[in-house]
Write a protein that binds this ligand. Structure first.
Ligand SMILES: [Zn+2]
Length: 308
């Protein structure tokens, strides 16, 4: 069997991958070392078996190919793209460019700077960002938040994000978002909603907040005015804040600052919100963690065994 890299690092090691931009550039200084780096970190297949004749495939230099190499079967001559089955299959960019974009995205550098540094056009960068945010969205779907429960308190609040007036004075109404934060643990969830009346919000809360929770809200009278049967079904106690909704307001400030800097429009609002939530959940080392989740969702190992 032919292997690109002698070893592949265990997936969990990616979560604590601590690498500077300089080291990443040094470790991926040419096409082959980049290919080897990606195979060693489990981001492209490290071995492949020919689907036709079951013969192990080898790496073959291909000057005309964007990756510089492809998989080739020495028995039947069949070839396969190096990025076959991997996250990188979505893009026409060079592998090193994608790796740099992933690094700079993780560092939350401004898009203009990333575009200049990588030589990738802003439009192409945006497409690629959407692919990264899809990974964040899949993570959030597969790892749903559950908060609250008996003796637990969750603060809830609603705000409008991306509400603004443009240079010509035209008003954009923005998007209502329901925010929930569990006190003590600081677990958060934010969900775009069309209406903010208590009857609409209650089932949304129920998707994330366990029964029996004490819920602090500025609008507790609205919730307490709902039909008693409905409130009994959910088992929540709605109370007014002693002072104000502090924890959620701090998160809104962070979120609004981020959205202002991005100049986000309505089209990709949800995906930016998912990125914000992903970063809150992951906390640090975004580069290592995004690589971990890419590897998780683009399982190039199963691809090989399936082919066997
Ligand atoms: Zn073959």
């Amino acid at each position: 069997m032919y292997y690109i890299s002698e070893n592949v690092v265990p997936a969990l090691e990616l979560c604590c991958l601590n690498i500077s931009m300089t080291d990443l550039i040094l470790q991926t200084c040419d096409t082959f070392t980049t290919v080897k780096w990606l195979a060693r970190h489990g981001l492209i297949a490290n071995k492949l078996v020919c689907r036709t004749c079951r013969h192990p495939m080898c790496l073959q230099a291909r000057g005309s190919n964007r990756d510089g190499y492809c998989w080739a079967c020495s028995k039947c001559g069949r070839t396969k793209a190096l990025r076959h089955g991997s996250f990188f299959v979505h893009s026409g960019l060079k592998l090193i460019q994608i790796l740099e974009i992933l690094y700079l995205w993780s560092s939350e550098r401004p898009q203009v700077e990333i575009s200049k540094q990588t030589g990738v056009s802003p439009r192409c960068l945006l497409n690629w960002y959407n692919c990264i945010r899809d990974v964040c969205a899949r993570y959030l779907t597969d790892n749903p938040v559950e908060m609250g429960g008996h003796d637990r308190t969750v603060e809830i609040d609603e705000t409008k994000l991306i509400e603004r007036t443009n240079r010509r004075g035209k008003y954009k109404p923005g998007q209502w978002v329901l925010g929930m934060v569990e006190l003590d643990t600081n677990i958060i969830m934010m969900v775009p909603v069309d209406e903010i009346d208590a009857a609409t919000i209650l089932p949304v809360i129920a998707q994330y907040v366990r029964a029996g929770t004490r819920i602090v809200t500025n609008r507790c009278q609205d919730y307490n005015a709902l039909p008693q049967q409905e409130l009994t079904n959910y088992g929540y106690t709605f109370v007014a804040p002693e002072d104000s909704i502090n924890s959620m307001h701090e998160i809104w400030d962070l979120c609004k600052a981020k959205f202002r800097a991005l100049k986000t429009n309505d089209n990709n609002f949800s995906s930016h919100l998912q990125e914000f939530l992903w970063r809150r959940r992951i906390k640090d080392n975004f580069f290592g963690n995004i690589l971990y989740w890419i590897r998780h969702y683009y399982d190039v190992f199963n691809l090989v065994t399936f082919d066997f």
